[in-house]
Ligand binder design. Sequence first.
Ligand code: NAD
Length: 503
Amino acid sequence: MTSTVELIDFKERLSDATARFLSRQHRLFIGGEWVQPASGATRDVIDPATGAKISTMADGGTADIDAAVKAAREAFEHGEWRRMSTNERAKILWKIGSLIDEHAEELAQLEVLDEGSAYNVVKNFYVRLSADHFRYYSGWATKIGGSTVPVNMPGEWHAYTVREPIGVVGQIIPWNVPLLMAAWKLAPALAAGCTVVLKPAEDTPLTALRIAEICREAGLPPGVLNVVTGDGKAGAALVEHPDVDKVAFTGSTATGKAIVRAAADNLKRVTLELGGKSPVFVFPDADLERAIPGVAEAVLLNSGQACTAGSRLYIHEDVYDRVVAGVAEYAESLKLGHGLDPATHLGPLISERQLSRVKGILQAGLDEGAKVYSGGGQPSGPGYFLRPTVLTNVKPGMTVYREEIFGPVISAMKMSSDDLDALVSEANNTVYGLAASVWTKDLSLAHKLAARIRAGVVWVNNHNQTDAALPFGGYKQSGWGREMGFSGIEAYTELKSVGVYLG
Ligand code: NAD
């Protein structure tokens, strides 16, 4: 069954600031200035809810990446950033957080138009978390110290460690939750004293460009942050650049592998936040009133376009029928529409390409024997919408079981065993290892599963919640390294040992 998505006239809802920002011919932010790309090329910025052009971005390439890396190197080696007191650095980071709050409406509107999510989720969740991220790392700027180390080398020694900024960092981010992805990358790198070239995804350049302005207004010196918009070719140029000390990447596992290969030439440091295929377990003693919407949202948040999406839903046989029916009812109740419509719960997928990719995986699942329990199909009307879909009869080995779908598709599977080993082996039956959740009141069971699931994050009675203080990242092919907390600082620093021979 398909229905029609009714779109509001979003233009009436835009603040003056948003309308002004959209109407600009966007350029690249290099050395603290807006500059034209060397080729003069531009790309259209598309609202995925309507398919219509909303703005124009610069299509940066190799020459622009080179200019941005030069500006970042100059700022790192000779600028005031590294010499600035850590107190001053902390104040700038705090100010960036405050300015994000001050411009929350504009940032949220730009993000909704660029990426498609519902306004309330973007403003109250992603924009707030982005501001908090800068404030959290503002606190770290003054606390990146080393330690003295007792040593047994011959003679008398004073030995200590210091943490130094890694240098010029290339940061490449995806199109899902792009403002928060930029904040996750920028805040720890800046707190550590690095300089940055940020390459946002070609589908979602807007909030990264606005953040560049906010950083300048907050007092970030020229060249410390450079933003080059463009596609994967610009990203590849950044990864291959010999004067980049580190690449921090969030995106697909396939691109992550290409980055590892390309970074080998100068052995630049690489951290990777990649895809996932996260398992979710619902046990009969769970608070089902919370668990049913909770496990549905575990996938449907952002229309399934979240790396932590709990896309493999295991339900104990005693409550299987009730939970599947409840999840389907919840999914069916969500209103699809333009993210700026206050009635909207679910927005579109990011692009035509992503919509056809998700439909292709869904079809492969059906061809392999999965059944549509509810939803499915593309509503009529413009935009890249897909109705939330609950699949049953999903078996290991099927495409929908194996592959990261990145769309609003829930695969519900019956757990017919209480055997912990069997559940653990099912949970870990994936090349990914990003996240998982366990829904039960039996804390002993929850802890036993949490200990044995090979994933970077395990939630108990919740899903998709992140905090700047809590390390985040993946096992296996979900990534290398951790962001958040002190791990975020470690990712942007080198540890130096100094041994002073005293005689
Ligand atoms: P993608 O890999 O296609 O693109 C990500 C970014 O890499 C974009 O900016 C793109 O232009 C750039 N890029 C493409 N080819 C490149 C190359 N050869 N060299 C350098 N850069 C290149 O990913 P996507 O489709 O934009 O994002 C969705 C993916 O991101 C999903 O797999 C999702 O799970 C993952 N993701 C992971 C996390 C996490 O924290 N683990 C968070 C969000 C998204």
